[in-house]
Write a protein that binds this ligand. Structure first.
Ligand SMILES: Nc1ncnc2c1ncn2[C@@H]1O[C@H](COP(=O)(O)OP(=O)(O)O)[C@@H](O)[C@H]1O
Ligand SMILES: [Mg+2]
Length: 355
């Protein structure tokens, strides 16, 4: 399959009063045409900085790309000037943010905001752009698009604004769509609808999608592959099935165990991962997860583990995969979770959760 994006050993830091925050510490992944990759991990793990760096949207300074490559369309984004990025952003790559109100222009009609991209990037005539704007509103499931196209953001509900954002992002027919926690601000029913929409769009368009969330529960329904991030690094990456049914990194086990489930509505039982992520101004020596890992080995405190390969598509960065490491099975809670997932996999977990 055609690769549209290849990120190689990407490193991003921020200069702060407290020192240099190493937000992204050597991230590598690729993305194929039409594929959806989910990036999951606790808050602060570097998901947003990674995503924003792909579009060069991090503030520089204080931010700085200190290493690596972002190959997109055969060219390195890292080397592009601001001017060159302006041509790529919104045309080749678009981003959907968590809160549409911060990115929609409140003084401009929704239709006009969609038309802007069409006129600017696709060089459409105004009348054609309006027609296409109505089609896009229809595509994202907005009823009465002919009327809605002339309305302002405040006349739209939260869920409809999120849909309008998606329509704007799709206007330029981007090769890459990045959605950073696009549903977190919405109630669970609307979240499920937006996720369904993203999935349907993925089937209709050959846009590649990077979907960012802290909630592993939503991933199964939208993603082809999942990258798990911790402390600025990808610690495990694989297909949805590999991550949910054959997780290898203890951090992924922790995420799975703390995920709400259908039969387990007793939130006391949710095993949140004990401890907190490390200070990224001074990342620990060895495996950054060691201090929170009850399966940590002596070497975890001395040397950073490499990425071990489990299958053609599955990799994990834990010393537990070294041939000389003791054989450690996922904890019983995780095994139980994996068994229960296999019976619920196709159902939208979130909707049921909210009831
Ligand atoms: N503008 C900034 N200045 C300083 N530190 C930042 C800035 N933006 C992000 N960071 C830091 O980078 C790290 C990763 O943040 P982020 O990518 O937003 O995490 P996530 O999206 O996974 O919650 C955090 O430690 C955060 O505090
Ligand atoms: Mg974020």
């Amino acid at each position: 399959m055609e690769k549209i994006l290849e990120v190689k050993d990407l490193k991003v830091s921020f200069q702060t009063y407290g020192g240099q925050v190493q937000a992204v510490r050597g991230v590598s992944f690729d993305l194929h045409k039409g594929e959806t990759l989910a990036i999951v991990g606790e808050s602060g793990s570097g998901k947003s900085v990674t995503a924003q760096t792909l579009m060069k949207l991090i503030p520089m300074p204080p931010g700085k790309i200190t290493g690596g490559q972002i190959m997109f369309n055969g060219e390195d984004i890292v080397k592009k000037t601001d001017k060159a990025m302006e041509k790529i952003r919104g045309k080749e790559m678009s981003m959907i943010f968590q809160d549409p109100m911060t990115s929609l222009n409140p003084t401009m009609k929704i239709g006009t905001q969609i038309m802007e991209g069409l006129i600017k990037h696709q060089k459409m005539a105004k009348a054609d752009a309006k027609k296409r704007a109505i089609e896009l509103l229809k595509l994202v499931g907005i009823p009465m698009p002919e009327r809605r196209v002339n309305q302002y953001p405040h006349e739209f509900s939260g869920g409809m604004r999120q849909r309008a954002m998606i329509a704007i992002a799709l206007a330029a027919d981007p090769k890459l769509l990045i959605a950073d926690e696009p549903t977190t601000a919405l109630d669970v029913t609307i979240q499920a609808q937006i996720l369904e929409l993203m999935k349907a769009l993925q089937g209709k368009l050959d846009t590649s999608i990077i979907f960012i969330t802290h909630d592993l529960g939503v991933v199964a329904n939208v993603a082809d592959r999942v990258a798990v991030m911790y402390a600025g690094q990808i610690v495990e990456i694989g297909t949805v099935d590999e991550i949910f049914y054959d997780p290898r990194h203890p951090y992924t086990w922790g995420l799975l165990a703390s995920m709400p489930s259908l039969e387990n509505n007793d939130h006391d039982e949710l095993a949140a991962i004990p401890g907190t992520p490390p200070d990224l101004t001074n990342p620990p020596v060895g495996d950054a997860f060691a201090a929170r890992n009850k399966y940590a080995l002596a070497i975890d405190y001395e040397e950073e583990p490499p990425m071990f390969q489990i299958s053609e598509t599955h990799f994990a960065k834990t010393w537990l995969l070294h041939p000389d490491a003791p054989n450690v099975e996922p904890p019983e809670a995780v095994q139980k979770r994996i068994r229960s997932l296999s019976s619920n996999f196709e159902k939208p977990v979130l909707v049921k959760e909210g009831k």
